[in-house]
Design a binder for this molecule. Structure first.
Ligand code: CTP
Ligand code: CA
Length: 222
């Protein structure tokens, strides 16, 4: 069911939304990152704001314009995002992690630009902290919403993440499907709750997807 919710049904809700990719530096001119336009997270922040929530948007670099009325914190790395999310967690009633966080970062950041002197170089990557997993351990009554962009075994992988990170729901999408995922204004999602109940949605705009996610979040906040 698509809702065109106009009233302020999220009034009084304190919501943290994360968006965009993180950038993990290699040297002063290079980084590794994930594919992410930030549009999904920004759409959620925008719709939640319109529906009356107090929204804090913590975002990696996207190039998207800031939205009036939404407090926005810009970060680059996973560790910076973790710091900002944790710093503001107590204030929040719910966190929606739409960011495409880099799983690994270079172990060392070269102070100088790396020169192409060698025919091959090794870049050692170390695992980044898992922001949602950390929040899952301290969440109390707060609600946690994750995303799972998968290329295979969508439901199985998404359900594992609910358990591992102690989430209340996860928004799963198969990024190999046409019209889903990157750099487009549409998405095809399923929402899976803690009990494993799966709701499939048709192809929708990211604004409609945002409203569907917020509808479900409101249900579990009640
Ligand atoms: N996430 C996070 N911190 C990370 C990595 C991911 O909080 N360091 C969040 C994402 O924002 C998303 C959820 O965890 O909401 C699932 O991310 P995903 O990349 O699908 O899963 P991972 O747990 O990173 O596992 P994998 O990439 O191996 O599938
Ligand atoms: Ca990941």
């Amino acid at each position: 069911t698509l809702s065109v919710t106009q009233h302020k049904d999220l009034a009084g809700v304190h919501l943290i939304v994360t968006a965009g990719p993180t950038q993990e530096p290699i040297d002063p001119v290079r980084y590794i990152t994930n594919r992410s336009s930030g549009k999904m997270g920004y759409s959620i922040a925008e719709r939640a704001h319109k529906r009356g929530a107090e929204v804090l948007l913590i975002t990696g670099p996207t190039g998207l314009p800031a939205v009036d009325g939404i407090k926005t914190i810009n970060i680059k790395t996973c560790e910076e995002m973790l710091e900002q999310v944790r710093h503001n967690f107590e204030w929040a009633d719910a966190v929606i992690m739409a960011a495409a966080v880099a799983d690994y970062r270079p172990e060392y950041v070269s102070e100088q630009k790396i020169k192409k002197d060698d025919d091959a170089i090794m870049l050692k990557l170390v695992k980044n902290p898992d922001i949602l997993e950390q929040l899952g351990k301290i969440k109390g009554n707060k609600k946690l919403v994750g995303f799972a962009a998968e290329t295979e075994a969508l439901y199985e992988n998404a359900k594992k993440k609910i358990d591992k990170k102690n989430l209340d729901m996860i928004v799963a999408n198969d990024v190999t499907e046409k019209g889903a995922g990157f750099e487009v204004d549409t998405n095809i999602i399923s929402i899976i709750d803690r009990d494993g109940k799966v709701t499939k949605y048709p192809l929708m705009s990211k604004m409609q997807v945002a409203d569907a996610i917020l509808d479900r979040m409101l249900d579990i906040l009640k």
